[in-house]
Design a protein around this ligand. Structure first.
Ligand code: GLN
Length: 446
């Protein structure tokens, strides 16, 4: 704990932590130390973990990096937090992110951007940028993030670490501040597959507080069968995309060749629906977000405008002053696609397309065990890069959103280093609930 507290202090410029629980962490360390002496400590004894600021922890502040939750303290802990604590993990603080987990750069935080520790002129990715930056800089051993469309995997790729999004329905969302409820999943960041697997196993499994969690048994990763030879698919149109950095393509091709040389079957498949992924994702997630964020009304939680004088102005001014630009854009977009006259044209169509993606994905995993792609088309971009066109930023999510649209498990792990010195991640996904096989397989690659 002292080691991490020192590092956090020394790396304040990264702006990864929004709050550090130094006193709590020291007190817990003493208790766990005694448990260790008595041989009664849990599976995560002494593991120092940071949590994204959209996961609630009883009697601690939580803000989703938004001004609208300013001063709000949680009355309860998320199921994942309870499970980590029950195994004697030490929670060292809450980590910066894009406001309400909307973004890919961590520049949409009301508390300022996070820096990439590998190159502090670059973004760490987002929305779980603080979670990635903290682990990459060694400010904690592991961290939790949330992934609605890549927010764990993309920052893991940008910072050269491991980030895992389990199947939808594997880990309880109880206590996760909702962005798009049918896409959101909590998952770990770490510097080894082993730590990812350990955290996943502790957090996964049925929860009375979240009915969307499957009652299926959580298979132990360690006791999953030897991986053997795999059938691996990749999307031909993804690799041919003009949008892909040529070095990312080359590194991916090298991985494909290596997998083949190792005796796996690797094949290009056509997936015409790839072009619809980003539009489907942004229509459905903004629709869900517009509904989920209706609760921030200036009355129930956190921030209330000092200029409000009646009910209407309380809503209007609190929301106008409390939400940042990206969140407003998404609420507007989501409200638009759900409004009468446009519902059939956008929301209804996107739902149907989502169903097609799910069916085609299930069909794909009848013929293949795994799906491979680069995690992102480019490496981390400059912190001060102008961002005039939000759709340009949205297109960068092309490879990650598929796993959330279809609910499958997906991991990003280091693939190569670009000639610009920044890391590139590779992504492997598997059929729904095959996380044990997936993790076992990627462990053979490192
Ligand atoms: N970049 C995506 C978005 O902005 C992903 C966000 C996430 O996974 N929370 O919506």
């Amino acid at each position: 704990v002292e080691n991490y507290l020192e590092k956090i202090e020394a790396h304040q410029d990264l702006n990864a932590f929004l709050e550090v629980y130094a006193h709590d962490a020291r007190a817990r360390a003493t208790v766990i130390d005694a448990k260790l002496q008595h041989g009664t400590a849990g599976k995560l004894a002494g593991m120092v973990i940071g949590i994204k600021d959209n996961i609630v922890y009883k009697d601690h502040k939580v803000s989703a990096a938004s001004k609208i939750l300013e001063g709000f303290q949680s009355l309860f802990s998320a199921t994942v937090v309870e499970r980590l604590l029950a195994e004697d993990a030490i929670i060292i603080g809450r980590l910066n992110c894009d406001e309400f987990a909307m973004g890919s750069s961590n520049r949409f935080s009301a508390y300022g951007p996070v820096k990439n520790p590998l190159d502090t002129t670059k973004v760490p990715g987002g929305s779980s940028g603080g979670s990635a930056s903290a682990v990459a800089a060694g400010l904690c051993l592991a961290s939790l993030g949330s992934d609605t469309g890549g927010s764990i995997r993309q920052p893991a790729s940008f910072t050269g670490i491991y980030g895992f999004k389990p199947s939808y329905g594997r880990i309880s969302r109880h206590g996760l501040i909702a962005f798009a409820s049918s896409f959101d999943q909590i998952g770990p960041f770490a510097r080894s597959v082993e730590d990812i697997a350990l955290l996943y196993e502790v957090m996964a499994g049925a929860d009375n507080y979240d009915n969307t969690v499957s009652k299926r048994e959580v298979e132990s990763v360690q006791s999953a069968p030897e991986p053997g030879k795999k059938r691996i698919a990749y999307f031909r149109n993804a690799m041919e995309s003009a949008h892909l950095d040529p070095e990312v393509r080359k590194a991916s091709e090298a991985i494909i060749e290596k997998l083949k040389a190792d005796g796996h079957t690797v094949e290009a498949v056509d997936f015409p629906l790839l072009d619809y992924m980003v539009p489907v994702y942004y229509i459905l997630t903004t629709a869900e977000a517009s509904s989920n964020l209706a609760r921030y009304d200036g009355i129930h939680y956190g921030y209330r405008s000092a200029n409000a004088h009646d009910l209407e102005s309380t809503y209007k001014l609190s929301r106008t002053e409390g939400f940042g630009p990206e969140v407003k854009r998404r609420i507007l977009l989501g409200t638009f696609v759900l409004s009468s006259g446009y519902y059939d044209a956008y929301y209804g169509k996107a739902q149907k397309t989502r169903r097609l993606v799910v069916e085609k994905t299930e069909a794909l995993f009848k013929d293949y065990d795994l799906l491979f792609s680069p995690t992102t088309p480019h490496t981390a971009f400059a912190l001060d890069q102008e961002q005039n066109d939000p759709t340009q930023a949205y297109l960068e999510d092309i490879f990650t959103v598929h796993a959330n649209i279809s609910g499958i498990p997906s991991i990003s792990l280091p693939m190569a280093t670009h000639s610009n010195g920044l890391p590139l991640g590779m992504q492997f996904s598997a059929a729904k609930y095959q996380e044990a096989d997936l993790l076992r397989f990627v462990d053979t690659l490192v």
